[in-house]
Every structure is written in C-alpha cells, then in structure tokens.
Design a protein around this ligand. Structure first.
Ligand code: NAP
Length: 242
C-alpha cells in the first residue's frame, strides 16, 4: 500500500462528521492537509487539534456549491503546497421531506452542493492533475443512490447522478493516471440533516456505521496500489456491532 507521507490531501466538509473523521485518521499518516468548509470556528478547532505540524495544515473557508468557492479551495492547496494528490469531495447536504413539500430553493441547494460542486472540482482540478502526472479524486456518495429512499428523493437523485458522473469521468481520465472513486456509506452516525427538513426516523435504520469505519475505508482507498484503480466502494454496517 502507498504511503501518504507528504502527500497533499484536500477534504471538503472537514469541520465535522465524516470529513472531520477522515482528517483525524489521515493525519496519522503525516500528509499535508487542506481542510475546507463554510464556517471557520469548527474547522480551525479541528485543524488545531490534529497531530501534525502547523505548517502541514491549511484551512480554507469556501462554499463548494459556487464555482468561486471550489476554485479557492484548489488555489489554496496549490499556493501552499504546490500540488494536490488526493481530493476528497465529502461535503454534502440532505434532509427528509416529501417531494411535494420541497421548495425549489431546497432542491437547488441539494443538487448544487452534492453534484454541481463535484463538476466544479473536476473542471478545475483535472487539467492540473494531468499536468502533475496524476492524482485521486474520492467522491463521498451514499447507499441512498442505489435504491429509492422515501422522503429523500432529491438527495438520493443527487447521489445517483454523482455516481454515474464519477464513473464516466473515471473512464475519461484513467489513462492520465487519475483515479476517480465513489465511496458510498450507508447511514452513518453523524448529525447529518437540516433544521429546515424533517429528520429521518431512527427506527428505519437498524445499525449505523461509525465515522471511524467510513474514515478507515477512505484511507484504504487513498493508499491503494498505484497500479490498480478502486472505482466504487459500498460500505454497510453489520447487523450487530461487535
Ligand atoms: N451521515 C450519513 O448518514 C451519510 C450516509 C451516507 C453518505 N453521507 C455523505 O457523507 C458526506 C458527509 O456527511 P456527514 O454526515 O459527515 O455530514 P455533516 O456532519 O452534516 O457535515 C457536513 C460537512 O459539510 C460542510 N458543508 C456543507 N455544505 C457545504 C458547502 N456548501 N460548502 C462547503 N462545505 C459545506 C459542513 O460544514 P459547514 O456547515 O461549515 O459548511 C460540514 O463540515 C456527505 O456527502 C453525505 O451525503 C452521509
């Protein structure tokens, strides 16, 4: 397995939940980290808590649903560290609501955050990765993409579209030594959801994945053999935790 020492890893949505868990676990591999989210305080707190020299961690506040936000994240990484080896599109939003109650603004928010942002990332980053000789783009999708989820139609659709866009782009860039991967977790124990929408009933989920289990899977993908391409990974909890 490849070492991540000195590799430049960018993580969006790094201020809490799965993104923060990935940052904490990856930090033990001595990479250079760029951590992004919209709000600074939690992001900075996480950066300060990591077991890495300060000069190896950069924090950037940006809204990934806007082209300028994604551009700022990528520009910060290149300015501070000169390259990006692994870009993890983790930030995402979703909330439960019957489709007829979802207003257009909410629809746009989910699609722009979960899908358009990754298009912005591909558009900006692929030419740079080609120039530097390769890289990895890991997109955090969801098991919700694989079967209909009542009251999560727009979220599920955004992740299904993310999967097929990632698969397609993966085929476009594989000969440039760029690996595109989707990692699709089942329900995970984070505060995912929105105060604007109804929370998913917890009774619909027998057991949730832990943040650590998802982060370990992301680490496994990041360290994959340089001659192989892990393109899609699903992760589900066992029925009972051991
Ligand atoms: N939790 C689950 O059950 C589950 C299951 C499968 C897949 N996933 C996927 O896993 C990913 C992470 O989920 P999570 O549960 O860790 O979510 P979370 O706890 O709600 O954290 C979301 C992160 O994304 C950031 N973010 C949200 N919108 C953003 C924007 N427009 N620009 C930049 N940053 C933004 C948030 O920070 P700010 O608010 O400061 O911007 C936060 O750091 C998502 O893509 C989600 O769809 C989650």
């Amino acid at each position: 397995m490849q070492s991540l020492s000195d590799k430049v890893v960018v993580i969006t949505g790094a201020s809490r939940g799965i993104g923060a868990g990935i940052a904490e676990l990856f930090a033990s591999e001595n990479p250079r980290l760029v951590l992004a989210a919209r709000k600074k305080p939690d992001l900075q707190k996480l950066a300060d808590s990591l077991d890495l020299p300060k000069k190896q961690v950069a924090v950037v506040t940006a809204d990934i649903s806007k082209a300028a936000g994604m551009r700022r994240i990528i520009a910060t990484a290149y300015r501070k560290f000169g390259r990006i080896d692994i870009f993890i599109n983790n930030a995402g939003v979703g909330f439960a609501k019957p489709i007829h109650e979802m207003i257009e603004k909410e629809y746009d928010l989910i699609l722009d955050t979960n899908l358009k942002s990754v298009y912005f990332c591909f558009r900006e980053l692929i030419p740079k990765m080609k120039k530097q000789g390769g890289g990895q783009i890991i997109n955090i999708s969801s098991m919700a993409a694989k079967q209909g989820v009542p009251n999560m139609a727009v979220y599920a659709a955004s992740k299904a579209a993310l999967n097929i866009m990632s698969d397609s782009v993966g085929g476009e860039v594989r000969n440039d030594n760029i690996k595109v991967c989707t990692l699709s977790p089942a329900s995970t124990d984070t505060g995912f959801g929105s105060p604007g929408g109804r929370k998913r009933p917890s009774s619909s989920v027998v057991t949730k994945l832990t943040i650590r289990e998802v982060a370990e899977t992301a680490l496994h993908i990041a360290k994959q053999n340089p001659n192989a391409w892990i393109s899609n990974v699903d992760i589900r909890p066992l029925a009972k935790k051991r």
